[in-house]
Design a protein. Structure first.
Ligand code: HGY
Ligand code: MN
Ligand code: MN
Ligand code: MN
Length: 423
């Protein structure tokens, strides 16, 4: 039987799947879409076309964020913002970030088809660099749009950061005709925006465990990130006696296990997690004792107090190991996000919309994952809608959603906009 037209949910999933393949990924065989890479540029182009088909005007700001605008009943009306991030982690899933942009696009396409307009504009933002998977910094383009870039990361602090190929932020921006200093002009004026609502996969097991398609976020956990650089002494693997070595990699190995031990001692209910996600050794060849290692540290907890006590404990353990092994160590702070509460008024509207669509009271939950919404909360009231993802798997190609859940999310967001218009 020839399938009738796709539901909005099916079309959204199909579009995310298309964007998971080359040329929308920088590497074939796996999804990797870092900010300003060729995959990112091709993705912006594809979504721009879909936005125009949905009756939106399209632009990219000076941080390369993609912005689609669906006009309200009056020109220059203030905007209700939707969005999420277009970039991905390496070997990531197709729905993290992207689904929030594409589902919002389906909401606007529905309004466009019905000729429905509101006393506000609707904008969809595709943020460029939420993951921080290319440069050792995260939410750079979100901060630019939220107008907190200078406050958080003066240009001098990020322009010279390098990716794994040694390309600086400045050089990557120059490749698309932009500059680090120019990113600040992406800032939006508070008087031009009304609220920000982000739909995102839960990236956790709660909704699936409770048999729910959707959830409403109450707060986003606070993360701190560091880059740790170790310098020992490179040497000949065949002639350097074990007792004389200052091996940066064995020191790092001891440190990585200390991170796991300390975070595991916490109480799961505190949402305490710590991760060494990336570790690079130099020169990284079989017959040289590693002289240098750089690794990343990501520490989060449900409360700032628990998180920061753990940060102190972990950094002290790293210092002890470095001293005992005569390794030089540099610890570079790379992120210190504050917990972001969601706006109660927007949450109430979102909970009502979810209850109307699902027929049961909305499940409210905390997000352990970080999101663009935590930065947007510094510009405008924000809220988040979670969508069930299979087995809570994310940052993994096995990430999966069900089209009917996405359809319910699109229906709930549509309902939310109409409720928001009644305010
Ligand atoms: O790391 C995070 O929580 C987000 O996926 N960037
Ligand atoms: Mn992510
Ligand atoms: Mn995400
Ligand atoms: Mn995120």
């Amino acid at each position: 039987m020839v399938k009738a037209a796709l539901t909005p949910g099916e079309r959204a999933v199909a579009r995310c799947d298309v964007l998971g393949e080359p040329p929308f990924s920088d590497e074939s065989g796996l999804l990797y879409r870092p900010w300003l890479g060729p995959g990112f540029i091709a993705t912006v182009e594809a979504i721009s076309n879909w936005m125009r088909q949905a009756g939106m005007s399209v632009r990219q700001d000076s941080a390369a964020n993609l912005i689609g605008r669906y006009e309200g009943t009056t020109p220059d009306a203030r905007a209700l913002l939707f969005g999420s991030h277009l970039d991905s982690v390496r070997d990531g899933g197709r729905y993290d970030g992207m689904l929030g942009v594409i589902a919002a696009l389906e909401v606007v396409a529905g309004f466009h088809e019905r000729g429905e307009r509101f006393p506000f504009a609707i904008e969809i933002i595709g943020f460029g660099d939420e993951e921080g998977s290319r440069f050792p910094i995260t939410m750079l383009t979100t901060r630019a749009l939220a107008g907190v870039l200078e406050e958080d990361d003066p240009v001098a602090a990020f322009a010279e950061l390098r990716d794994a190929d040694g390309i600086t932020v400045e050089q990557a921006l120059a490749g698309v005709g932009l500059t680090p200093r120019g990113m600040a002009t992406a800032r939006r004026r508070k008087e031009d925006v009304l609220a920000y609502v982000e739909a995102h996969i839960e990236q956790g097991p709660v909704l699936e465990a409770e048999g729910r398609a959707l959830g409403v976020v109450s707060a986003i956990a606070a993360q701190r990130r560091f880059e740790v650089k170790l310098h020992g002494q490179a040497g000949h693997a065949g002639t350097m006696a074990m007792s004389l070595r200052r091996d940066a990699l064995t020191a790092a190995a001891e440190m990585v296990l200390a991170v796991e031990r300390i975070a595991s001692a916490g109480d799961d209910r505190e949402g305490l997690v710590a991760t060494v996600g990336s570790l690079r050794t130099w020169p990284g060849v079989v017959n040289v004792v590693p002289g240098d290692v750089t690794f990343t540290l990501d520490i989060r907890a449900g409360t700032i107090a628990r998180r920061d006590v753990t940060v102190t404990e972990i950094l002290t353990a790293l210092e002890d190991t470095a001293t005992r092994r005569s390794i030089e160590m540099e610890i570079l702070p790379r992120e210190n996000l504050l917990p972001s509460p969601c706006d109660p008024h927007l949450m109430t509207r979102l909970e009502t919309a979810v209850a109307d669509v699902t027929g049961q009271p909305a499940r409210v939950l905390v997000s352990g994952a970080g999101h663009d919404a935590m930065i947007m909360a510094r510009l405008v009231p924000m809220a988040m809608l979670f969508i069930r993802c299979e087995r809570g798997i994310s940052h993994n190609p096995a990430e999966a959603v069900m089209a009917e859940d996405v359809n319910e999310a699109i229906t709930a967001l549509t309902r939310f906009v109409r409720l928001f218009a009644e305010d």
